[in-house]
Design a protein around this ligand. Structure first.
Ligand code: AMP
Length: 188
């Protein structure tokens, strides 16, 4: 099963992905996590990405498309995967389509988590407190920028998938367990 989980920063994609990974025995592919790992490892790509991520901007399509193309070749992706934070631009969505077509794979579900953006600031503040500020982009100023970027560059992928008839939505403002149940109802 191949799933894309969409939603603005702080929508709860990561939390829900952890549960879906368990239930469906698939792997979570978070480009944000992979980029943070590259930053932590101090690779050249990581060093470049850090600056962009700290500003709340998007890393270039070429970099993230390359990361995903390599990652889905790995053996643990054979049973399926859930994309968290990718694609984030229409160009990335098109690159993903081409990648899957080339491998003879099919996208099973694209699910958008709909949230009230005013609530995201409180959620991100809570995440920053809980993780001891582990993510340098979890602050109100960067979140504001990340939301702008989301609207400008990422939201256009919603009509892209809707036109393909692939899009489903869940109410991301429910409590965490209810969001999970809504996702199971789509995916089971
Ligand atoms: P996330 O953990 O998904 O919120 O991603 C954190 C940051 O990593 C984003 O604000 C971007 O700077 C970068 N990033 C993650 N995924 C992508 C992507 N698919 N395209 C471009 N930049 C990304």
């Amino acid at each position: 099963m191949i799933i894309i989980l969409l939603g603005p920063p702080g929508a709860g994609k990561g939390t829900q992905c952890e549960r879906l990974v368990e239930r469906y025995s698939i792997v979570q592919l978070s480009t944000g996590d992979m980029l943070r790992a590259a930053v932590a490892a101090g690779t050249e790509m990581g060093l470049k990405a850090k600056e962009v991520m700290d500003r709340g901007d998007l890393v270039s399509d070429d970099i993230v498309v390359g990361i995903i193309a390599d990652r889905i070749e790995e053996a643990d992706c054979a049973n399926g995967f859930i994309l968290d934070g990718f694609p984030r631009t229409v160009a990335q969505a098109e690159a993903l389509d081409a990648m899957l077509a080339e491998k003879g794979l099919q996208l099973d579900h694209v699910i958008s988590m709909e949230v009230d953006e005013a609530a995201l600031f409180a959620r991100i503040e809570k995440r920053a407190a809980e993780t001891g500020g582990a993510r340098s982009d979890d602050n109100a100023e960067t979140l504001k920028k990340r939301l702008e970027v989301y609207h400008e560059q990422t939201a256009p992928i919603i009509p892209y998938y809707r036109e393909k008839g692939a899009l489903k939505t869940v109410d991301g403002m429910q409590d965490i367990d209810s969001v999970t149940e809504s996702l199971y109802a789509i995916l089971d």
